[in-house]
Design a protein around this ligand. Structure first.
Ligand code: FES
Ligand code: FE
Length: 429
């Protein structure tokens, strides 16, 4: 081991095959405050998908980096995001999670806003004086908002182009959205659960191929018992840093996927629909891309906290930072708009049984994340998390199997450190 400076945030010494992250990254409230400022106060952050609000007046409310947000489709058919705070005395205006409204009355003093963000009623308006004009009192949008393939992001800073920020991740959103010629949509309804762990644990868990076999042994056992074909190992594996801290882990798994890989556990009717979807993908997109979408799984992390698992179902998740050791996770299912009912049922079951809060994966992942968080209380005495796996293989020309490398964690933490502007706290010999 090199001589380690316990004040360093990251030890990056490839020549000795070391990449160590200080547990402070997950446990120090001062660093969490800096993350809120430098990451959550500046980067593009996911709000929702525009298929959640298809009609004028449709809305959902969200919390993004602690701010209440209203995502609503206007009378002109355009979906927009507003800060969900009254321009009178600041109260949160819309307190419902979703619905359809032309008007949003603020419960505190009765100001009313419409679904185009305008203030349309101000009780006692004349008493504000002749300078007051309610046309100036509309709901305030965040400094930046933009959508890509219906995925809507905001930033609390003035931001450049969203596509530039998405970098190589945009291509993976393209791939995902080409799953069906009829388009993809978010199913109504969300999962929401809280975890006593730092927000970074969720993206790191998703890109950590090392944890799957030990942590999800119960799910693998379940797949065997339900009759899934489990002889083949994970194969055709690829992982990449897509720029700006976004990462992807792509592979073919032995179990089926309702986007195009049948499974013996499913009925002949469902597998027939899956094969039809595969044939349609090959015909529409060609043998290479069609087969890739049909057969391979993708775990995509868009920095900092948007996670899309296009696996046995397709799940969109966001890890909202609450405090240094507490996050709230919201999850949605994303699926083809034209699924036959039997296939939609299988897809929904996959979503619930694996990544649902009571499913096979999520409770086990939470246990691993919360156990880590408890261990990180020792960060002063035992500071180092070891993400060195695979450096030697990388230097020698690459690695080919999942679980052989912490490459993606290194990409994530390099970006994290750069966004925080803390390069000086990296020790590199
Ligand atoms: Fe909304 Fe006063 S705070 S009407
Ligand atoms: Fe997991």
């Amino acid at each position: 081991m090199p001589n380690l400076d316990p004040q360093a945030l990251i030890i990056d010494t490839p020549q000795t095959h070391h990449y160590l992250v200080n547990k402070r990254a997950f446990a120090d409230p001062a660093l969490f405050a800096r993350e809120l400022q430098e990451i959550y106060g500046k980067l593009w952050l996911y709000v929702g998908h525009d298929t959640e609000i298809p009609n004028p007046g449709d809305f959902v409310t969200r919390t993004v980096a602690g701010r209440p947000m209203l995502y609503v489709r206007g009378t002109d058919g355009v979906a927009r995001v507003y800060l969900n705070t009254c321009t009178h005395n600041g109260a949160k205006v819309c307190r419902e999670e979703f619905g359809n409204r032309k008007h949003f009355p603020c419960a505190y003093h009765g100001w009313v806003f419409d679904c185009d963000g305008r203030a349309v009623e101000v009780p006692g308006e004349a008493a504000f004086g002749p300078q007051f004009d309610k046309a100036d009192q509309g709901m305030i949008p965040p400094p930046s908002q933009a959508s890509y393939r219906g995925f809507t992001f905001v930033s609390f800073a003035q931001r450049d182009d969203l596509v530039d920020y998405l970098a190589g991740a945009a291509q993976y959103l393209d791939i995902l959205c080409q799953t069906s010629a009829a388009g993809m949509r978010v199913l109504p309804g969300t999962h929401l659960y809280a975890t006593r762990a730092n927000w970074k644990m969720l993206p790191v868990n998703v890109i950590d191929g090392n944890h799957f076999m030990p942590t999800h042994v119960t799910y693998l056992q379940y797949l065997r018992e339900r009759g899934s074909e489990m002889k083949e190992p994970i194969r055709d594996f690829h992982e990449a840093h897509l720029g700006n801290g976004h990462t992807v882990f792509e592979y073919e798994a032995p179990w089926g996927r309702p986007q195009g890989k049948p499974d013996p556990a499913w009925s002949d009717a469902v597998n027939g629909q899956i094969l039809a979807r595969r044939e349609e993908l090959l015909a529409r997109l060609g043998p290479e891309l069609g087969d890739r979408i049909a057969r391979r799984n993708r775990n995509l992390v868009i920095f900092p906290n948007l996670i899309i698992n296009d696996i046995m179902g397709t799940t969109i998740r966001v890890a909202e930072p609450i405090s240094v050791d507490h996050m709230e996770v919201t999850a949605w299912q994303f699926c083809p708009a034209d699924d036959p009912p039997e296939l939609a049922r299988v897809r929904n079951e996959q979503f619930l049984t694996f990544l649902g809060p009571g499913g096979f994966a999520t409770p086990d992942d939470i246990e691993g994340m919360e156990a880590s968080q408890r261990g990180y209380a020792c960060y002063r005495e035992a500071p180092w998390i070891n993400y060195s796996k695979g450096i030697a293989a990388e230097l020698a020309g690459g690695f080919t199997r999942p679980g052989e490398s912490d490459f993606m964690m290194r990409a994530f933490f390099n970006a994290w450190r750069d966004y925080l502007g803390m390069q000086q706290f990296t020790e590199a010999a």
